[in-house]
Design a binder for this molecule. Structure first.
Ligand SMILES: Cc1ncc(COP(=O)(O)O)c(C=O)c1O
Length: 418
């Protein structure tokens, strides 16, 4: 028999100990918690804990701070996009999509890429729709990297790269971007390339450094990978978030690079729907064939009704062409509003992140100061040292400006008080 009194008491105690848990939690009488696994757990990622993004967002919500930490907009996506998803479900696109994705969407993407970068990808064999950029990155790494292979990545780095490399038995080879403009020293890269180098991961526009790679960078990359079997994994999820008239230098503009590259994109970033976890990857046929072997046994196919809706939405180019202007205005507003503060901005050429140095305020560790700033001043950010495998503390915080102007105004007001 269900003992209501006892269960309510148990639930109450559990809630006190775990406040964020959902109120619909149902606990059995005998076992409040799942007993621990009695065997030995050999973690494949022993050094990985909860990501800083989760930690800071949780802290922000606990103390009621303005959350400029995690990279997502606080404004809604287009109404039209939502009604297209609705229509799509009503039209019956509710069963599995084809494994590589809806062909019509892949055709639209092929056309979009050809217009922007003059590169031609075959929709049937060289484009795959994924469950977000992170899945595309993971699957590409899992498909390419074997035990003992070395993968060069640049720090500060988006945190999924190294984890995916390690899960495949690969060895991340870390090269630091050179502050304050976070450029790549290509001579250093050249020295690190060895027989075992399987892959180089680049990211432009860059999270968290907001730097972008130039055509010169791409030519250097082309030169040092010439006559090697190195595959490039180019994370271009912020392709449309590039400012001050700069052109996005995709690897796809450089035919010799494109023929050895996977290129990753995220509809989450482009359409303000990070929660949908939709993206895509492009690459030459023989690389894509290997990608799909892993993709079909991990996700099989990405969300079908969203693919249909996104395809309809992308037919109007203005639905993404406005992005550089839109986010540049947000960046400029944030810079103008924080001008009087003791936070000093670094150059932000792309992405929706603004780095700020707080050297004028304190010499505290960035992780400590980020927590204090959240608790005492009510603005959550991300400390940059966490983007390194061994923390490098340049006293920098990352603020996400993909927010309503009102949010930026409130946050800036608080930052000016520090
Ligand atoms: C550099 C970079 N790559 C990839 C992603 C992941 O994109 P998605 O949310 O589509 O998985 C992010 C998200 O923050 C990112 O910043």
């Amino acid at each position: 028999m269900f003992d209501l009194e006892l269960n309510l008491g148990v639930v109450e105690n559990f809630r006190k100990a775990n406040p964020p848990l959902s109120s619909i939690l149902v606990l059995s009488k005998e076992n409040v918690f799942m007993p621990k696994f009695q065997g030995v757990v050999h973690s494949k990622l022993p050094n990985t804990g909860t990501t800083i993004f989760t930690v800071m967002s949780k802290l922000a919500s606990e103390v009621g701070a303005i959350n400029l930490s995690q990279g997502f907009p606080d404004f809604p996506c287009s109404e039209e996009l939502i009604s297209l998803v609705n229509q799509s479900m009503r039209k019956g696109f509710n069963q599995y999509a084809p494994m590589p994705g809806l062909l019509e969407l892949r055709e639209t993407i092929a056309e979009k890429i050809q217009n922007a970068y003059s590169a031609v990808y075959h929709p049937e064999t060289e484009i795959t729709i994924t469950s977000g950029g992170t899945q595309a990155l993971y699957t590409a790494i899992a498909a390419m990297v074997k035990e003992g292979d070395e993968v060069i990545l640049f720090e500060p780095a988006y945190d999924s790269y190294a984890a995916a490399v390690e899960l495949s038995g690969g060895i991340p080879i870390y090269i630091q971007l050179k502050a304050p403009d976070f450029h790549i020293d290509w001579n250093e890269v050249k020295k690190m390339i060895r027989q075992k180098t399987k892959m180089i991961i680049i990211n432009t526009p860059h999270n968290p450094a907001s730097a972008v790679l130039s055509a010169q960078d791409m030519l250097q990359l082309e030169k040092i990978t010439k006559n090697t079997d190195i595959v490039i994994l180019s994370d271009e999820v912020y392709e449309h978030l590039i400012f001050d008239g700069l052109e996005h230098q995709s690897v796809m503009r450089f035919p010799k690079l494109a023929e050895r590259s996977f290129v990753v994109f995220s509809f989450g970033k482009t359409l303000h729907v990070t929660g949908w976890k939709m993206g895509y990857i492009v690459g030459p046929e023989n690389l894509m064939k290997e990608f799909r072997k892993v993709h079909q046994f991990t996700v099989f196919s990405a969300n079908h009704p969203f693919q249909w809706a996104i395809n309809e939405f992308l037919k109007n180019k203005e639905n993404y062409n406005y992005l550089p202007r839109f986010f540049q205005e947000k960046r400029d507003l944030f810079l103008q509003l924080t001008k009087g503060s003791r936070f000093k901005p670094l150059e932000c050429k792309g992405s929706y992140f603004q780095l700020m140095t707080y050297k004028e305020i304190t010499e505290e560790k960035d992780t400590d100061f980020a927590v204090r700033l959240t608790k005492e001043y009510g603005v959550a950010s991300i400390p940059i040292s966490v983007f390194y495998h061994k923390p490098v503390d340049n006293n920098l915080l990352r603020f996400c400006f993909a927010k309503q102007n009102e949010t930026l105004e409130k946050a800036a007001e608080k930052l000016c008080r520090v």
